[in-house]
Design a protein around this ligand. Structure first.
Ligand code: ADP
Length: 359
């Protein structure tokens, strides 16, 4: 039997070291590529609209929204042009299924180009929305300001007219109050819509909150000779919610119920748990003037006020229900309305709860 002899000399040692260097270089290269790929995927996923990364003029990666665009010839031509001219290019891509897009080719490196596609329809709709919103707000601000200016001028005309002076003073005070409320509501809405908005959730006894809100509006209801009843089913689950915000929802609904219900009407507030859906269901019902069917789909829209068929003018900004809806949505709930003209309106909102412990 012959012995197997391995000879391990300087050449072999050099070969092993070289092998190790090649292996570790390979590992580092693979790791770096993997990281770069993950970073690019992360970058593309961060865009809410189609985003595609090209290497030369071939698409390399895209986010989910950009998948269908990867083979688009117009985009490939745009990328080739951006590379050839070595500059960023912005171009409108002709309508695809009725929608126009604005494509932005951004040079990232010698070989890489990022293409972002913005739906121009969405941008135009948003612009139209803000234009409309600013027009409506200006109109809402202008009416009380004109009244204030008119009465301030009147007060200066004849300082001896004590009665006229007092009337003007009251009108100015009320209109200033209306302006303050409008501005407060606008600020609340801006806060609710800001990306940094968070709810301050604490354990909450919602039945107690309802009782407190009813107490708060009871003088007003009495003044208008409205009867209020509260129906509470026994045993409520715990709720972790933003107390101040939810109180605002309840007060907005109660305030509307009072405003839009003629003397002698009734307000009924009820609260029950829906164990199957794991949510609290709160209903605010009135026997008031109701809302025209044509207006119903819009009453939660910003600054929308339904046409009033008859009766006295009612003050308001058309923001109370928008604010209520935003707050309920922030809690993961839903708010809806049912209404019959001259019979009354019923607002229902839900609030999901996590645990099933009794209060
Ligand atoms: P406003 O300050 O005008 O009351 P809201 O956003 O609270 O604004 O309500 C929007 C519109 O919905 C109101 O202008 C009114 O036309 C209608 N509305 C709301 N609640 C009621 C209700 N309980 N009865 C009748 N109409 C209502």
């Amino acid at each position: 039997m012959s012995d197997l002899i391995f000879y391990f000399g300087p050449f072999e040692l050099a070969a092993v070291i070289l092998g190790l260097i090649i292996l570790s270089t390979l590992a580092v290269t693979i790791y770096v590529r993997h990281r770069r790929l993950a970073e690019r995927v992360h970058l593309l996923d961060g865009f809410p609209f189609p985003a595609i990364l090209y290497r030369n003029s071939r698409s390399l990666l895209s986010n989910a929204e950009g998948k269908d665009w990867k083979k688009n010839l117009e985009l490939q031509a745009l990328v080739t042009e951006a590379q050839y001219e070595n500059q960023n290019i912005l171009r409108t891509i002709p309508a695809v299924e009725g929608q126009s897009y604005q494509a932005r080719a951004i040079r990232l490196s010698k070989n890489h180009t990022l293409v972002l596609l913005e739906d121009m329809g969405a941008a135009q709709r948003q612009q139209a929305f803000y234009r409309n919103f600013i027009q409506n707000v200006s109109h809402e601000l202008k009416t009380p300001l004109t009244i204030i200016q008119g009465h301030a001028a009147k007060m200066g005309e004849d300082p001896e007219d004590r009665e006229g002076w007092l009337t003007s003073y009251r009108i100015i005070r009320d209109e200033a109050q209306r302006l303050t409320q409008l501005v407060d509501n606008l600020l609340t809405l801006a806060r609710l819509e800001s990306p940094s908005f968070t709810l301050e959730r604490t354990p909450l006894n919602f039945a107690a909150l309802l009782e407190e809100a009813i107490l708060q509006i009871s003088d007003l209801a009495e003044e208008r000779q409205l009867a209020i009843s509260l129906n509470l089913s026994p045993g409520f689950p715990h709720l972790k919610a933003d107390r101040a915000r939810l109180k605002q929802v309840v007060l907005n609904l109660l305030d509307n119920a009072i405003k839009y219900t003629p003397h002698g009407g009734e307000l009924t507030i009820s609260l029950r748990p829906d164990e199957k859906a794991k949510e609290l269901v709160c209903v605010v019902q009135d026997t008031g003037e109701g809302i025209p069917a044509d207006d119903l789909p819009y009453i939660f829209d910003e600054l929308y006020r339904a046409r009033r068929v008859k009766g006295r003018p009612v003050e308001g900004s058309g923001l109370g229900l928008t604010i209520a809806q935003q707050i309920i949505h922030a809690h993961g709930g839903e708010i809806s309305v049912q209404s019959v003209l001259n019979q009354g309106s019923t607002f229902t909102f839900t609030l999901p709860y996590a645990s099933d412990k009794e209060e």
